[in-house]
Design a protein around this ligand. Structure first.
Ligand code: NI
Length: 136
C-alpha cells in the first residue's frame, strides 16, 4: 500500500499511520488562541483545529475560501455589512475576497477547512500571523 511517490504531508503519506482523529482529545492539546494546528491533510487542503478568544483582525484571502465549523461554543463573524453568529454544530463558509473578522467573547473551538496555502491573517501581516503551523 505504501506509495513512494507520495508527497510528504499528503494523505498518501499517512497510509502507515492512518488513524482516526478525536477532536476533543486534540483540542485538549491546544491552550492558546488564534494559533491553528494542522489535524489532517487531503487534496491540498488542511483540516485545522483552533481556539478563538477575543477579537481577530480584519482581513481577506485573495484566493482561498474558508470554512469555519464550530465544535464547541460560538463566535461572531464580522463582515462589512453584517455579523453572523456561528453556533456549536454550525459552519460558515467565507468566500475568497470577502473581508471578515472573527470575534469570540468566550473561548470557542473551531475546525477550519481550507487550502494548505491559506495564511490565517490573509492579506494582513501582524503579530497574529502564523506562517508555520504545527501539526497536532
Ligand atoms: Ni480568514
Amino acid at each position: 500500500m505504501f506509495d513512494e511517490r507520495a508527497i510528504p504531508g499528503s494523505a498518501q503519506a499517512y497510509i502507515y499511520s492512518m488513524e482516526k482523529v478525536n477532536l476533543a482529545q486534540k483540542l485538549l492539546e491546544i491552550s492558546d488562541s488564534w494559533n491553528p494546528r494542522i489535524a489532517g491533510t487531503l487534496n491540498g487542503q488542511h483540516v485545522k483545529l483552533v481556539k478563538f478568544k477575543g477579537e481577530f483582525v480584519w482581513h481577506h484571502h485573495e484566493k482561498e475560501d474558508e470554512l469555519f465549523y464550530v465544535i464547541k461554543g460560538s463566535f461572531d463573524m464580522h463582515l462589512r455589512d453584517k455579523i453572523i453568529t456561528v453556533n456549536q454544530g454550525e459552519f460558515l463558509i467565507v468566500p475568497r475576497g470577502m473581508e471578515h473578522k472573527p470575534v469570540a467573547s468566550e473561548e470557542v473551538e473551531v475546525m477550519l477547512f481550507e487550502p494548505a496555502t491559506t495564511l490565517n491573517t490573509g492579506n494582513i501581516e501582524n503579530e497574529l500571523t502564523k506562517k508555520e503551523l504545527d501539526s497536532i
